[in-house]
Design a protein around this ligand. Structure first.
Ligand code: CP
Ligand code: NVA
Length: 305
């Protein structure tokens, strides 16, 4: 039976920790200049309907480091769902490659891709979720803080794909997740309610960034205008302006707070230069960890034979 990774909830708590452990090992191997190529002769198709720097480069490089090969398919190449049905692309790519990674607009399209593909499908971001990002974020927090338990993680800004994946994570690993979003920009209702119902984590919701970050160990933010929402840019900039992560906001958190952002950052909007480049920021370690964690996800889904 093939395994997909479309949402963090596709993995159990134990599997998430297992992937963190594999990632730690793979990072060590990489840092020691050693090579480990369990995916020799394997190939991955990477479908992108949206732009990307980190996801593309970390997956492509990661696959190469593991001994495999990645094929980049740009938004103009296969035009999934337009030039050709999602279900046909799924079946065709499954005949050539061993795994498919896709960054798509509609979450329903990645579900259909996974349904028809006979090889594992990995979600490289949809409008609803960004699971690879949050796996890497948790890995980064474990590196910096040792554990998630007893940590207060404050997510400030838009209730978007990244926050939805954080909520999925909170329904697997125990943490105190505090959300600070404008009222009309809360995360997906169903995902929020599932995370609360799971009873795994304490989840608090404020419509006030200052209350949300009080004594936080981690402050997390993301863009106010996600890919595909460009038409709402002016309105969103106005609504979110109180939610900027600046030095004053960071000063309300714990003295040892770490500041995270999945990047790309819109400097001067959701986060100031002084915070991104300041002493609390771990954004570039976080970006690096996409490589190690996604390699671990590939090893987990494809095996090491
Ligand atoms: N964080 C992230 O997914 O970055 P890209 O959009 O550049 O891939
Ligand atoms: N929420 C952002 C994340 C980018 C990595 C977006 O969807 O554009």
């Amino acid at each position: 039976m093939k395994r997909d990774f479309l949402a963090i909830t596709d993995f159990t708590k134990d599997e998430i920790y297992e992937i963190m452990e594999i990632a730690r090992e793979l990072k060590k191997v990489q840092k020691n200049g050693k090579s480990y190529k369990p995916l020799k002769d394997k190939s991955m198709a990477m479908i992108f309907q949206k732009p990307s720097a980190r996801t593309r480069v970390s997956f492509e490089t990661g696959m190469y480091q593991l001994g495999g090969h990645a094929v980049y398919l740009s938004p103009t190449d296969i035009q999934i769902g337009k030039r050709e049905a999602v279900s046909d692309i799924a079946r065709v790519l499954s005949r050539y490659t061993d795994v498919i990674m896709a960054r798509l607009f509609g979450h329903e399209d990645i579900l259909e891709l996974a349904e028809y593909a006979t090889v594992p499908v990995i979600n490289g971001l949809t409008d609803l979720l960004h699971p690879c990002q949050v796996m890497s974020d948790v890995f980064t927090i474990l590196e910096k803080k040792g554990s998630l338990e007893n940590l207060k993680i404050a997510y400030i800004g838009d209730g978007n794909n990244v926050l939805n994946s954080w909520l999925n994570m909170a329904s697997r690993l125990p943490m105190n997740l505090v959300l600070g979003t404008p009222e009309e920009y809360e995360p997906d209702k169903e995902i929020l309610s599932m995370a609360k119902k799971s009873g795994v984590s304490q989840i608090d919701l404020y419509h006030n960034p200052k209350m949300a970050v009080k004594n936080a160990d981690v402050i997390y933010t993301d863009v106010w205008v996600s890919m595909g929402q460009e038409k709402e840019k002016e309105l969103r900039r106005e609504i979110f302006k109180e939610y900027q992560v600046d030095d004053d906001l960071v000063n309300l958190a714990d003295d040892d707070v770490i500041v995270m952002h999945c990047l790309p950052a819109h400097r001067g909007e959701e986060i100031t230069d002084s915070v991104v480049d300041g002493p609390h920021s771990v954004v570039f370690d976080e970006a690096e960890n996409r490589l190690h964690v996604q390699k671990a996800i590939l090893v987990k889904l494809l095996g090491t034979e």
